[in-house]
Design a protein around this ligand. Structure first.
Ligand code: DC
Length: 233
């Protein structure tokens, strides 16, 4: 079997397209490290909320900037890709609707993006990583050797996110889930700093009618073709 070279795989796309599930699967398949950049923006958002820097729709950006500059924020990933601040596991909290409803404006702040990018660069430099987000292939790692841009219909995405919330015991009306996805898509693709957009050299994957196995087969085919791997990987 020919090994996959030490590449960076960048997976970008809209919210709830299943990017992270696919990224984790690719990482497990090829022995790569998976890095969830959205989890980092969610962690900063949770920190801002718990520090009292978010009230209603407004964010005290100056206070957040000062706090990050003064003490940093020790975001790290543990077993099963669970997200931590220091030694506190925040995986459940960062997936809540409250965090989802504040994360896009927090992620639009240029200093928050610089803070997260620095960590992503440090981790990505080691190679053999799959990273998912909104601007990985365009801004964080424009040199990534394989870029995917994942899309799916609004209905499919909302249903997936709804099912995920229900499975975690978080009952949320479907219309709220849909409204949150649309609002985040809008903010993510219209912000000034590194908005969500498809890299010119990205391969587009519309997974509206695909299951995970089909997606993985598609990605494997792409990798085999791109890196001249002719044996089964
Ligand atoms: O992938 P996710 O839904 O967990 O991401 C949460 C939010 O973080 C998303 O609405 C936009 C922001 N994000 C970003 O701006 N850039 C990234 N590379 C990843 C996420």
């Amino acid at each position: 079997m020919n090994a996959v070279p030490d590449i960076i795989i960048a997976i970008d796309g809209y919210s709830a397209t299943g990017k992270s599930t696919l990224a984790k699967l690719i990482a497990a398949e090829f022995g790569f490290t998976y890095l969830d950049s959205g989890a980092m923006y969610r962690a900063v958002t949770l920190f801002a909320m718990e520090s009292g820097f978010v009230s209603g729709e407004s964010i005290n950006a100056d206070a957040l900037r000062q706090a990050l500059e003064k003490d940093g924020l020790d975001i790290n990933f543990g077993a099963e890709n669970r997200t931590f601040i220091g030694d506190r596991c925040i995986e459940k909290e960062i997936r809540s609707m409250e965090v989802s409803s504040h994360v896009s404006p927090v992620a639009a702040l240029a200093f928050v993006r610089a803070f997260v990018d620095e960590k992503l660069h440090a981790w990505g430099r080691r190679g053999r990583v799959v990273m998912d987000g909104r601007d990985i292939g365009t801004a964080v790692f424009p040199e990534a050797q394989l870029k995917l841009f994942v899309t799916a219909s609004d209905q499919v995405r909302a249903q997936r996110r709804y099912d995920e919330l229900i499975s975690k015991g978080q009952q949320t009306p479907m219309q709220d889930v849909m409204a949150n996805l649309k609002e985040r898509d809008y903010i993510d693709s219209h912000r000034e700093t590194n908005p969500l957009r498809q890299a010119e050299d990205a391969f587009v994957l519309d997974n509206s009618d695909m299951n995970l196995h089909e997606e993985l087969v598609w990605v494997k085919g792409l990798i085999m073709g791109r890196f001249g791997i002719f044996e089964s990987i």
